[in-house]
Design a protein around this ligand. Structure first.
Ligand SMILES: *Cc1c(COP(=O)(O)O)cnc(C)c1O
Length: 448
């Protein structure tokens, strides 16, 4: 690896000062991480000049690729008009335009948008809004939430609480508040149970929170949209708020702009993040229905106010990119590409990947895919080894435990889909056996 004047590599400099999320830093330098020098289109270039196809969309955020000229222009234009002004008690024209554009397309009635920075903050906001909604309405006892098994809603304490743990986060259990828990999507009865739990606990439930159609971080577990429709009906019937966490599924990932559309549901609260700014900048949003929003109207400085807001809420640079992004999704007919490439990927996975003995199951919805491996034994870090073999072949993949995640950009081409499947096939057939002899078994980090 290239060394700099001081004799160190970029990786050495990185490991010396950067603390990477969800990463065991003692092992980080040995896991051949890609240290990016620059990104362009669907590719990343590391500090050695090696090129990688970004098949995980930079952890699910990139939608149209890197360095999109139209998005770069939107960002530059906004820079000339100011990067950020506060939304606490004041407004910004670009943020108004984005909120109007979002309100037109989100599956939420009479939408009102509260901006934040990360997906977890959007979830946190939704939980607090749902909780205070009942307080503001003078209804007592509606203090609990129903969440699903295997759910992932982010890493702040509230989001962690409604999520189902895992990823080594169990040590935080003493900090998590208790929730009513339905089974995960892998249980065919999970929606029957959830609907029954809504009925049984209605008087104490503030809201139900669910990832519509795809439980992403769980390893791409899929639900029948009709079941989500049933759940939404139960919520409406028992007057329990419904929070849809579309941080992962939003902005075209599943073939429609939002997965809730496929379920025919209109949640009271919708959480957005990841793809909102096309992967450019940290911005998330909680969208509230008019019914929820109206419960917060009251006297100035009075108790109905939502006493919550982040410093960078509604950041104008992020808003400008997000606004242009929405226009481009339309202008480029991105959703049609998602559906076409999804069908192509489905066919290739069925032909080449599913029949392999190294594979237990293939799951795909839109361009959210998971290839669950069949490791020959526990604790082999099988997912990581297969992904490392793919990275050596120029396709950047990252597993969730023993599930290889396939999350290409929404503008991925047919050639790139073929390339991903070709490399994954090689990584599965060559990478895994070679890895078997490589080393001692050790505990698997779920996202490692
Ligand atoms: C990624 C994710 C989050 C958390 O978003 P961050 O931006 O990482 O905080 C929340 N919910 C779902 C469904 C996610 O996939």
């Amino acid at each position: 690896m290239a060394r700099m004047a001081d004799g160190r590599t970029w990786l050495e400099r990185d490991a010396a000062v950067v603390w990477h999320g969800f990463t065991q830093m003692a092992a980080y330098p040995d896991n051949a991480p890609v240290v990016v020098d620059r990104a362009e289109g669907h590719y990343l270039y590391d500090t050695e000049g090696t090129r990688y196809l970004d098949a995980i969309s930079s952890l699910w955020v990139t939608t149209l690729g890197h360095c999109v000229p139209e998005l770069d222009d939107a960002l530059r234009d906004q820079l000339a008009r100011g990067a950020h002004t506060t939304l606490l008690g004041n407004g910004n024209r670009t943020t108004v335009e984005l909120a109007e554009a979002l309100a037109r397309v989100v599956p939420v009635d009479d939408a009102h948008v509260l901006f934040a920075g990360d997906g977890a903050s959007a979830v946190e906001q939704a939980l607090k809004i749902a909780f205070q909604y009942w307080v503001n309405r003078g209804v007592t006892g509606r203090t609990r939430f129903l969440g699903f098994g295997d759910a992932y809603h982010g890493d702040t304490i509230g989001a962690l609480s409604v999520g189902d743990g895992g990823f080594g986060t169990d040590l935080f259990d003493p900090l998590r508040f208790p929730v009513v828990r339905a089974p995960g999507f892998t249980d065919p009865q999970c929606f029957d149970r959830a609907v029954a739990l809504v009925a049984a606990h209605a008087a104490e439930l503030a809201a139900v929170i669910v990832e519509p159609v795809v439980q992403g971080a769980a390893g791409m577990h899929l639900a029948d949209p009709a079941d989500l429709h049933r759940l939404a009906r139960a919520c409406a019937e028992h007057d329990v708020l419904l929070i849809c966490d579309e941080v992962a599924t939003g902005f075209g990932r599943t073939g429609t702009l939002f997965a809730s559309e496929q379920c025919g549901i209109r949640p009271d609260l919708l959480c957005l993040g990841k793809g909102l700014t096309a992967g450019y900048l940290a911005m998330s949003a909680t969208v509230a229905s008019g019914r929820v929003y109206d419960a917060f109207l009251g006297e100035d400085l009075g108790p109905h106010t939502l006493y919550h807001g982040h410093s960078y809420s509604g950041n104008a640079l992020a808003a400008a990119v997000a606004l242009r992004h929405l226009e481009l999704i339309d202008a480029w007919d991105v959703l049609a590409n998602v559906r076409a490439r999804s069908e192509e990927l489905r066919g290739l996975l069925a032909d080449r990947i599913e029949p392999l003995p190294q594979v237990r199951e293939v799951r795909l919805h839109g361009l959210m895919g998971g290839v669950e491996l069949a490791p020959p034994g526990p604790g082999l870090r099988w997912g990581r080894r297969v992904c490392a073999a793919a990275v050596r072949r120029g396709v950047l993949l990252r597993p969730l435990g023993d599930v290889v995640v396939l999350m290409p950009p929404l503008t991925v081409t047919s050639g790139e889909i073929h390339e991903i499947v070709r490399v994954l096939t090689e990584a599965l057939t060559e990478g895994a056996p070679e890895a078997l002899t490589e080393g001692a078994p050790e505990a698997a980090g779920a996202t490692s």
